[in-house]
Design a protein around this ligand. Sequence first.
Ligand code: ATP
Ligand code: MG
Length: 355
Amino acid sequence: MNRYTIANIPGDGTGREVLPAGVQVLSAVAQRCGFALEFRDFDWSCETYLATGKMMPDDGLTRLADHDAIFLGAVGYPGVPDHVSLWGLLLPIRREFDQYVNLRPVRLLPGIRSPLREKSTGDIDFWVVRENSEGEYSQIGGRTGTGEDEIVIQQAVFTRRGTDRILRYAFDFARKLGRPHVTSATKSNGLYHSMPFWDERFAAIGAEYPGIATDQYHIDILAARFVMSPERFDVVVGSNLFGDILSDLGPGVTGTIAVAPSANLNPSRRYPSMFEPVHGSAPDIAGQGIANPIGQIWSGAMMLDHLGEAEAAAMVLAAIEAVLRDPQAVLTPDLGGNGSTAVLTRQILEKLQGR
Ligand code: ATP
Ligand code: MG
């Protein structure tokens, strides 16, 4: 029997409410499909930071290293600045485990209304592949001069290796999906050095995949196209900054961030990859038991897919869709219902068991 060890980091706020829902659903599908998941809990959060001055212990990364994957709820706590959780937990994990791909599906699920009123289920169904390790998000640069003479420089770093590997991932992924069309986000008319290089590598790597169609758009018009014609896309690849923006715009056009999942991947599986919902710890609704668990559960499905349990992953997504399609379903308040996290989770479990 295949066996996987998963490091759970529930984090803060609603992360602590939706992560257990994800664990429940994954455990049920594992049992049905005949593999074993062993979850180990790591109670690291902004509350840990407030008590100890650190988001995680000094040997935290070493303790995570021997797991097959990391399942994260959300980190963030009122009064703790976002950069504490980012630099104290999320970035060290992404870097240590070389999770150079950030992958997000953009899919309009049944029963959810897109703010693009004329779009319906099936119209919006594509993937954003974001470079997750270099690019515009660098610490290189600084401030010099004073007063009116102050100058601030922020450098971006694009390595050939880093650029090629994310582009290759996007093409391989499109091929695996059977959706042979990759779109590149660029801005080579404004960014003088980095984006012409990006375009050059996109063309070079694309040439290695003769069966896959390519196109590219400047990031400004691409953002407009996400809104005007999202049905045109299959796989969209972008740098760290452009991918970051597009991977929130995507879930935005599909109606709600509460159902959107994300993966920080090390595709080689040499190190653990990390799976987390797109939403944050939602302090405004934390403690009420009404957070929507779908983003967490769908992130769990992506984790199963990454571990090689594609059939189980598909079953989880089908169960989510079956609940959303069911007019009798009791949904959470963010989807217009009056149900709790527990009630929505139970319905997903029932669909999974064919009830
Ligand atoms: P963070 O800094 O942790 O990212 P945030 O306030 O920036 O937090 P979210 O926590 O994602 O962002 O919250 C944004 C909005 O979405 C809030 O109104 C929140 O209640 C809502 N929201 C987020 N997650 C969920 C969820 N799982 N179910 C229902 N509503 C949610
Ligand atoms: Mg925030």
